[in-house]
Design a protein around this ligand. Structure first.
Ligand code: MTE
Length: 323
């Protein structure tokens, strides 16, 4: 994500793959003796993780659209190039600083317009439904994308258990905001806590993943441990990390980015190559790690390639207005 800047002549973020990422990836991969996983490696048992975190395997999902064929991003890249402003605004900050995040004990509160609110201990939440592995693309509004084998289960599994009432039109996600653990909270870059929200039918869509792991292991802190949302058809900022509260509400909530820059970051934030961000095009993207500094960017797909699955949710909506 980006904060509005007064320097419009600067190169767009989507045009730069930081040298550190490029070099880091090479040295990390060389050190591990790994290359990004091939489809064959995937078929044989998944993309390799970092090897340092607890295992969290998931059965291959049978859901349509849940397993894209693109080559997964190398773990070293996915875990070192992150947006998690609670730990700083540089892409390398979360990996360097998020070790201060305590992921146990951890409770997720489910409340608001529902018949069965609850407080879920993270380990109980993890076991609430069968873990699946799903290989999703994640595209950031800044112009980069990754392909990650996530592990979790459909958010709808949890929502159904809460029995939302007829008044529940939206689901709001609130993430941890603890100054003792998160050095980035000292900055006023956003109003903390980080809040995101979905329309109820979006949240109930089977592709919306309540995510506990990636690459067969629990999430690294910098990727949103111990639990986050992943919404493959929306820009990355909708996928809130380190969630502590899920609330059913009647009125459309204001998400953190909408609050801080409403002209740039709308509520829907569906990946849409035809609707440019006010300061740059969204028509192309750079795949982190895979594309070299001077490689051609790849075209961005409508709804990030998940149009067949989610297009119906937005039938009849003016997607320029509801960006
Ligand atoms: N969640 C919280 N709590 N804080 C954040 O700053 N950044 C968002 C999203 N979730 C963010 C967050 C943005 S802008 C993106 S692109 C994705 O997380 C990045 O997820 P990744 O680091 O796993 O790639």
């Amino acid at each position: 994500m980006l904060i509005r800047t007064p320097f419009p002549h600067e190169p767009q973020p989507s045009e730069i793959t930081p040298r550190s990422v490029y070099l880091n990836r090479r040295s990390a991969l060389a050190g591990l003796g790994l290359a990004a996983a091939s489809p064959l490696a995937l078929a044989q048992g998944g993309a390799p993780g970092g090897g340092k975190l607890a295992k969290l395997p998931g059965a291959r999902s049978a859901l349509a659209g849940a397993m894209v064929l693109d080559k997964p991003t190398a773990y070293a890249d996915a875990a070192s190039y992150n947006n998690f402003y609670e730990f700083g605004t540089d892409k390398s900050d979360p990996a360097e600083r998020a070790h201060t995040l305590k992921t146990r004990p951890w409770t997720v509160v489910v409340e608001g317009e529902c018949a069965k609110p609850g407080r879920y201990d993270i380990d109980a939440l993890l076991k609430l439904s069968a873990q699946e592995e799903r290989i999703y693309r994640l595209r950031c509004v800044e112009g980069w994308s990754m392909v990650i084998p996530w592990v979790g289960y459909s958010l709808s599994e949890l929502i159904k258990r809460a029995e939302p009432t007829g008044k529940a039109k939206f689901v709001e996600f609130t993430t941890l905001a603890d100054r003792a653990q998160m050095p980035g909270l000292r900055s006023g870059v956003l109003d903390w806590p980080y809040v995101e929200a979905l329309r109820m039918d979006e949240a109930m869509h089977p592709l919306a993943l309540l995510t506990f792991g990636m690459y067969g292991e629990v999430l690294p802190n910098q990727n949103g441990a111990p639990v986050r949302i992943v919404l493959p058809w929306k820009y990355g900022f909708k996928s809130a990390k380190s969630i502590v509260k899920i609330r059913f509400v009647e009125k459309q909530p204001r998400s953190s980015w909408e609050q801080s820059a409403p002209q740039e970051y709308g509520f829907y934030s569906n990946v849409n190559p035809n609707v440019p961000h006010p300061r740059w095009s969204q028509a192309t993207e750079r795949r982190i790690g895979e594309d070299g500094l001077f490689a051609k960017k790849r075209p961005t797909l409508m709804f990030n390639g998940y149009e067949a699955q989610v297009g119906q949710l937005y039938a009849g909506m003016d997607l320029k207005r509801f960006y």
